[in-house]
Design a protein around this ligand. Structure first.
Ligand code: CO
Length: 132
């Protein structure tokens, strides 16, 4: 398990992309709209991990709601796992609240599922597995 990416909720994706291109002195490596989540993502490769900027594409997007409630900032930390189904079963067995019954399609060719922040010191945890 390693940190695949850190997800950051941003109000203005274009301006946040420019900011991160400056911080990291490196261009955005990938942009992708995830229709099911009503978000547009922008990825930056930082070593073996990535930064994922998340902008809402609609007012009823989870990211728009998140920003309205908590403001911009850290949204989730994503750990890559080999077998997301086995890991979700294991965490459910340990009493964690898994927010997705089944893993779903995420950005970057991944299956993803989330663990409730109340179980993780206030941090939303994403498990992700590269689709084979
Ligand atoms: Co993510």
């Amino acid at each position: 398990m390693h940190i695949d990416h850190i997800g950051i909720a941003v109000a203005d994706l274009e301006s946040a992309v420019k900011t991160y291109e400056t911080i990291l002195n490196s261009p955005c490596s990938k942009r992708e709209i995830v229709e099911s989540e009503k978000v547009e993502t922008a990825f930056f490769q930082t070593g073996e991990s990535k930064v994922e900027l998340l902008g809402a594409t609609s007012e009823d997007s989870v990211i728009a709601k998140y920003i309205a409630k908590k403001g911009q900032g850290l949204h989730h930390v994503a750990f890559e796992v080999d077998d997301i189904y086995a890991e979700l079963d294991r965490l459910r067995g340990e009493g964690f609240t898994v927010l997705n019954e089944q893993p779903k399609d995420g950005a970057d060719n991944k299956l993803v599922a989330f663990v409730h922040p109340k179980d993780n010191a206030g941090v939303l945890v994403e498990l992700c597995q590269t689709k084979k």
